[in-house]
Design a protein around this ligand. Structure first.
Ligand SMILES: [Zn+2]
Length: 293
């Protein structure tokens, strides 16, 4: 029995996981704007609420760049600026007296899908969490590949989709995250209408056949397609799995795949399935349970 957490920039899900992988979940808002200490206290409190004397370990998928070996949050671009160099593993082990395993949330997402979800039958899996930002994970033969500097999770900032595009939290303009995330959709919509709406509201409008909302989604879809092509060309995966709030927008897939094919480097890559997560909001939680040191 263990506690597993999905800590994102907008919400924290904390699950008590029994030996049959049954989840008892608590969801709270992260409230990143209230600062580092507030968020850490939130994590403490939610673990305590779900605590049980049989808990043997705590596993966490966190939306940031993570030093897996040391259990340190190196930086978290969608949190506050000072949210860096946090020895979360050490802090929590001191408090709760059980081993703590910490990894990036998108890496946990991809691991979860590779073991329990849409990636079960595949060896090389590329996963993206399309939420407030875009996280990435790579699984090779059921093992996470993190990169020498733990930067695989951050590759959405390493490819520029739109020169002089929207400004990103990483400081650059037009990177994959700035061009194809939930933030991107909301900003494009605002540019077109002058109004502020959430991604969910924009999707609702698009489903009601409102042209401007459809136009904003199409823009994000094309950017998504270009980005996916870049990463597929480099990593040559068997499958690409998409999760996060934006992956629920069905209208995204067709135009994204059409655009992607224009940029793929080899015809062998055309048949790679681009699919939605099977585990939904449990993917990160379940993936984190499989973290090893
Ligand atoms: Zn960026």
């Amino acid at each position: 029995m263990l506690i597993s957490l999905d800590v994102g920039a907008s919400k924290i899900i904390c699950a008590f996981v029994d030996d049959n992988l049954k989840l008892k979940k608590i969801k709270i808002a992260t409230q990143t704007k209230k600062g580092k200490h507030f968020v850490l206290q939130n994590i403490f409190d939610v673990i305590k609420k779900n605590w049980n004397k049989d808990v043997k370990k705590i596993c966490i998928g966190f939306a940031g760049r993570i030093d897996i070996k040391k259990g340190v949050i190196i930086e978290a671009l969608n949190f506050t600026k000072n949210f860096k160099n946090i020895y979360l593993k050490k802090i929590l082990e001191k408090e709760f007296k059980v081993p703590v395993f910490l990894s990036n949330d998108a890496q946990c997402f991809t691991l979860g899908e590779s073991i329990f979800g849409a990636g079960k039958k595949y060896n090389v899996i590329l996963g993206f969490t399309l939420g407030t930002g875009i996280g990435a994970g790579i699984i090779i033969n059921k093992k996470s590949y993190y990169g020498a500097h733990y930067l695989i999770s951050e590759i959405s900032h390493h490819v520029i989709i739109e020169k002089n595009g929207l400004k990103c939290n990483c400081g650059k303009r037009g990177c994959f995250e700035a061009a194809a995330s939930g933030i991107a959709l909301e900003k494009y919509y605002k540019i077109l209408t002058g109004k502020e709406k959430t991604s969910i509201e924009i999707n609702m409008e698009a489903l009601q056949n409102k042209k401007i909302a459809q136009k904003a989604i199409l823009k994000v879809a094309k950017n998504l397609g270009i980005g996916l092509a870049y990463f597929i060309n480099i990593f040559d995966p068997n499958i690409v799995i998409l999760g996060g709030g934006l992956s629920e927008i069905k209208m995204l897939y067709k135009p994204a795949i059409i655009e992607m094919k224009k940029h793929l480097a080899n015809k062998s890559l055309f048949k790679i399935p681009i699919v939605k997560s099977k585990l939904g909001e449990d993917a990160i939680i379940l993936g984190a349970t499989k973290l090893v040191e």
